[in-house]
Design a protein around this ligand. Structure first.
Ligand code: NPQ
Ligand code: MG
Length: 372
């Protein structure tokens, strides 16, 4: 048991090594909220996976900031003695906002584990010391540029290539990458850019032996995904549509997907992410670890999660240099075999460099309990 004594929020920005384009927009820099909590005798870090705008989900950085400042942090202060495990019920009065909740819950769990000298990976039930990594390749300006990026990543050792797709260029781009690389693990991610009426596009993609097609339809839909899955042979993987372990159960039972992308931020933190993992395992469905271009803080958190047994496919747990020239923490470096080590130190096992953190900070605010 411990008490949350303060929450420091920071808005940080890091330039990306190349623009990252998806069907919902283009990013040139990573902008996110970090939380540093102080508990009795320890501190912990949490990274919010929201973006500047509410385009991937309904959450965004400034919204997460006010929610944490005005509702979540005060609720955590008022709860008094607690374990990170208790926060889901402390935060239950706030509907939705899983990524804001995850930020604080992950930070408190990190502090709790640092105080006990235990690693997050061991606490969650990790069964491996290294995880296999894939890479998510943004929508490129041309097919030639895409092929060049893909061969670069394969040369670095990445074990799976995921192509971001959008209507218009999808089949042609996937065909080109598959013809140039007949034997690689290849998947696509639509970020909800299609409708059920586009079934012919997915039938055409069935020809390319894809590992999966990720989130083809609406971000809140399960029913139409179940109808689409019946009409195509490629496995559907859901990302945006899975916001909890209950969603995962519903999606699997409905036949809406045969694979689940687990992002701890999207489902409200690593504790709920472990429950998503467990539900999928019980129902015989493999999961893999998604990514949100996290700084080293979120990236280390993801690596601990990806070490659980039912994470059976390479994740979007790419190395630091996939996204950043310089990170807030020490870089995570891909081994030639396409794996990254699971951090073994206390808590998430990484700490931001104070100078780099300061240089990346655009805004900061310290939240403490109101005096009574
Ligand atoms: C996906 N990630 O699987 C996401 C898309 C994404 C690695 O493809 C801030 C907010 C940054 C939302 C980066 C990858 C994001 C973001 C990527 C979403 O769909
Ligand atoms: Mg996705």
């Amino acid at each position: 048991m411990t008490r949350v004594g303060s929450v420091e929020l920071r808005l940080v920005t890091l330039p990306l090594v190349r623009p990252f384009r998806t069907s919902f927009g283009e990013m040139r820099e990573k902008v996110c909220v970090l939380a540093r909590v102080e508990t009795d005798g320890a501190h912990g870090w949490g990274e919010c996976v929201a973006d500047v705008e509410p385009t991937y989900s309904e959450e965004w950085n400034d919204g997460a900031w006010s929610l944490i400042r005005d509702f979540l942090a005060p609720a955590a202060f008022a709860a008094g003695d607690l374990d990170a495990d208790d926060l889901a019920s402390v935060f239950a009065f706030v509907r939705g906002h899983p990524t804001a909740k995850a930020t604080l819950e992950n930070a408190v769990l990190d502090a709790e584990l640092r105080a006990r000298g235990r690693s997050l990976a061991e606490y969650l039930g990790a069964v491996r010391e290294r995880v296999e990594c894939g890479v998510s390749v943004g929508i490129a300006p041309s097919t030639e540029a895409l092929l060049e990026q893909v061969s670069g990543y394969l040369g670095e050792g990445y074990r799976r290539i995921k192509l971001k797709i959008e209507p218009g260029t999808d089949v042609e781009r996937v065909r080109a990458v598959r013809e140039a690389n007949p034997d690689i693990l290849l998947s696509v991610d639509a970020n909800a850019a299609y409708r059920l009426a586009d079934v012919e596009t997915f039938r055409a993609l069935d020809a390319f032996d894809l590992l999966m097609v990720e989130q083809p339809l609406h971000h809140e839909d399960l029913w139409e995904h179940s109808l689409l899955q019946k009409q195509i042979s490629t496995d559907i993987c859901l990302d945006e549509s899975i916001r909890s372990a209950a969603d995962a159960r519903a999606a699997i039972e409905l036949g809406s997907c045969r694979i689940v992308n687990v992002k701890q931020g999207r489902v409200g933190g690593v504790l709920e992410a472990r429950r998503v993992h467990d539900v999928a395992q019980e129902l015989g469905v493999p999961v893999w670890c998604g990514g949100m271009l996290e700084t080293g803080i979120g990236r280390a958190t993801n690596l601990a999660l990806a070490a659980l047994p039912n994470f059976r496919l390479p994740g979007d747990t790419s190395a630091t240099n996939r996204y950043f020239a310089e990170d807030l923490t020490e870089p995570l470096v891909l081994a030639p075999d396409g794996t990254l080590p699971v951090p073994g130190g206390s808590g998430i096992g990484v700490e931001p460099d104070p100078d780099r953190l300061e240089a990346a900070t655009r805004r900061a605010e310290r939240i403490v309990p109101a005096r009574r």
